[in-house]
Ligand binder design. Structure first.
Ligand code: DX5
Ligand code: ZN
Length: 225
């Protein structure tokens, strides 16, 4: 199989929320591929962020793919609200949902791409029986809840295992947490083609830096393919 196109997905968790619209427009103009959005419930993860209202607010600002990574348990009651708010991809955590298969079906029925996410301690084998029901496989390379954490190196083995499980299927392999221009090549070499980057893009919140930072992560990842 030829290597999938590298996609860079800045996480708006590290954006300046007082200027959220401008911050989303800035990463769009800076050449991002997806806009990564991180709802958190203070229960599945030890932090609270925001809900569908923020997806609805950024939807008119960009035509880029809005990639919603739900850190909610349960997630199922909120899938329709995020779909209606304008998400293109909705990912649910395998650990957060005893009926993962059912939630993935529900996302597809809503006309959206379905993603399944795995925490660092969850083996890739947890997704073996839903591999034909997903469009995105998301490997967490930090424990979810906060931006700005350090990449957990064991994620590289998991990416390689996930890549093998995906095989020739049309599934994006996304890595999320602690990605920088310095480890993007390792992640891409292990098989990741979608790289989430929160602080590595938004740190300092200076829109003049977003373009060069996105390009640096992209070229590092491409060099490894
Ligand atoms: C963490 C979120 C990530 C986070 C990434 O719980 O899922 O998307 O915003 O931030 P960085 O790239 O700073 O680790
Ligand atoms: Zn995320």
């Amino acid at each position: 199989m030829s290597a999938r196109d590298i996609k860079i997905a800045p996480s708006i968790l590290s954006a300046d929320f007082a200027r959220l619209g401008e911050e989303v427009r800035a990463i769009d103009e800076a050449g991002c591929d997806w806009v990564h959005v991180d709802p958190m419930d203070g229960h599945f993860v030890p932090n609270l962020s925001f809900g569908p209202l923020v997806v609805e607010a950024v939807r008119p600002v960009t035509d880029k793919i809005i990639d919603v990574h739900l850190m909610l348990s349960p997630a199922a009651p909120y899938l329709e609200a995020f779909a209606k708010a304008g998400a293109d991809i909705i990912s649910v955590h395998s650990e957060a949902d005893v009926h993962l298969h059912s939630s993935l079906q529900a996302i597809r029925r809503l006309g959206k791409k379905a993603g399944a996410a795995l925490n660092p301690a969850t083996p890739v084998s947890a997704l073996e029986n839903v591999i034909n029901d997903i469009d995105v496989l998301l490997i967490m390379s930090v424990n979810p809840g906060f931006g700005g954490q350090k990449f957990i190196p064991e994620a590289l083995d998991k990416l390689a295992q996930a890549s093998a499980l995906i095989g020739s299927r049309d599934i994006d392999l996304e890595v999320d947490g602690g990605i920088t221009a310095d480890n993007a090549a390792d992640a891409a070499r292990a098989g990741a083609n979608v790289l989430v980057a929160g602080s590595a893009v938004y740190k300092g919140n200076d829109p003049n830096t977003y373009g060069p930072r996105i390009s640096a992560i992209r070229s590092a990842a491409r060099s490894a393919q």
